[in-house]
Design a protein around this ligand. Structure first.
Ligand code: EPZ
Length: 419
């Protein structure tokens, strides 16, 4: 397992460019199963989850099966199920894996597919104890009027994709508003699908039956990753002498920017100026750390993103006062705080959803393991401001979501080595 050696205390300086969005690219790769041949997609981040998804898509195309061993590594494998079911009339798949941040149920997906006429059967466990599910729709799928019991990003994406190959119209109500949903609809519409309302609470899909989409709309460019951009902005607030973040999708990060302002971080946004199509953000850490404590509550888009909760907690350890963090989306997403406390943070875990971070605290280097993508990067950020040399293990988790992160951080002055 790869490990990062990180020496803290260096101030960061220079420019860093945000890569293509992981959570926009993953559904597009899964949606390629809806096509007669692979559509061209550009600016795809070179990260582990993308490599796994490509392997899964190839496997489905060759054997009409979803590979259990790979699929249980990423949550996004659930996105393959709808297109596989719609295209081949059946899908057998493992309970999706990915970040251990909660139970990660799939009930919303299963009720959506059953509403389209699929029959579900639980097919037991693998030798390693992974649940196997199977769906079949020998007579194809039919459009339906479906309301999500709970807001689900991949649930909205997965049922939207499935509906493209169903017969007749599908209405998805209480749909997720994340930008990745609208990007997926744009991509599919560019290639012949008929989807309206993506990005609002009600999405309407005119199904085409099993006639595959034709990849003819030209290349689709993946937008910058709003979570990576927000993470880098928080890192800048913690440790930058002067950091410029290029391809910064500021309008998708309004909740974070409001919080940074409240904490006392000064930043400047330069608007896009063709041929540069995205703004850039320049910021530096406050001189005398006057960071004010701020309470945050994670919410579905456009609220404060749950994927920025761990990076924010590191910032809160440096703010003066008590910051309340309320994680409303996942029930297992505060566990990494024990590791921050080992580094010297003073965080009180109130319940599985709420914690109080007291600051400012000096953090000390430790040897730790990355628990998941976002908390893994949060530990790296903590190590970058801690006194001494830290070792952060299980770096595969970080490489799942951030492209060549050690090289890119070294380029802006961080003392980080991959061993
Ligand atoms: C997506 O996960 C993202 N992943 C996550 O990012 C992100 O944290 C999450 O949305 C919330 O924004 C991808 O897009 C690949 P959900 P997803 O379904 O779709 C419950 C990262 O680090 N739920 O919106 O799996 C669920 O338990 C990852 O990039 C059900 O109850 O999240 C959760 O409490 C981590 N039943 C809530 O809904 C279901 O069938 C939101 O989950 C599905 C979900």
């Amino acid at each position: 397992m790869a490990t990062f050696l990180i020496k803290g205390g260096r101030l960061l300086e220079g420019e860093i460019e945000v890569r293509g969005s992981k959570n926009a690219a993953l559904p597009l790769l899964a949606a390629s199963l809806l096509f007669d041949k692979n559509p061209e997609i550009k600016n795809v981040p070179q990260i582990e989850d993308i490599f796994r998804m490509k392997e899964l898509v190839l496997g489905v195309k060759e054997s009409e099966k979803i590979d259990t061993e790979i699929a249980k590594k990423i949550r996004a494998s659930i996105l393959l199920v709808g297109p596989t079911l719609a295209r081949f009339g059946r899908a057998v798949f493992p309970h999706p894996g990915g970040c251990v941040i909660g139970a990660r149920p799939i009930d919303v997906f299963l009720s959506g597919w059953q509403a389209m006429g699929a029959e579900y059967a639980y097919s037991g466990k693998t030798a390693h104890g992974t649940d196997i599910h199977s769906l079949k729709a020998p007579n194809g799928l039919s459009g339906c009027d479906f309301t999500f019991r709970a807001l689900s990003v991949t649930g909205t994406e997965g049922l939207m994709m499935t509906a493209v190959l169903a017969k007749g119209k599908t209405i998805l109500r209480n749909a997720a508003l994340e930008p990745e949903v609208a990007r997926l609809a744009e991509f599919l519409n560019k290639n012949g699908a008929k989807i309206s309302g993506a990005g609002t609470t009600t999405v309407i899909i005119e199904g085409r039956g099993v006639e595959l989409l034709r990849a003819g709309g030209g290349a689709f460019c993946i937008p910058p990753d709003r979570i990576e951009a927000g993470t880098l902005a928080i890192l800048g607030a913690l440790a930058a002498k002067k950091l410029v973040i290029r391809n910064f999708p500021g309008e998708e990060l309004v909740a974070l920017l409001a919080v940074l302002k409240d904490v006392g971080v000064e930043y400047e946004i330069t608007p896009p100026n063709p041929p540069v199509f995205f703004p850039s953000l320049a910021l530096e850490r406050p001189r005398s750390w006057i960071g004010r404590a701020v309470n945050i509550k994670t919410k579905e888009y456009p609220g404060f993103p749950t994927d920025l909760q761990a990076p924010f907690a590191v910032l809160a350890t440096q703010a003066s006062g008590a910051s309340m963090i309320h994680e409303t989306i996942f029930e297992g997403r505060l566990n990494y705080m024990e590791d921050l406390n080992k580094m010297g943070a003073r965080i009180i875990l109130c319940d599985p959803h709420r914690a109080i971070v007291n600051g400012p605290t000096v953090l000390h280097a430790r040897t730790l393991e990355s628990p998941d993508i976002r908390a893994g990067l949060a530990l790296i950020m903590a190590a970058l401001i801690a006194e001494g040399e830290s070792q952060i293990g299980n770096i595969y988790q970080v490489d799942r979501g951030y492209e060549k992160i050690d090289e890119r951080l070294r380029a802006i002055g961080a003392d980080i080595k991959r061993i």
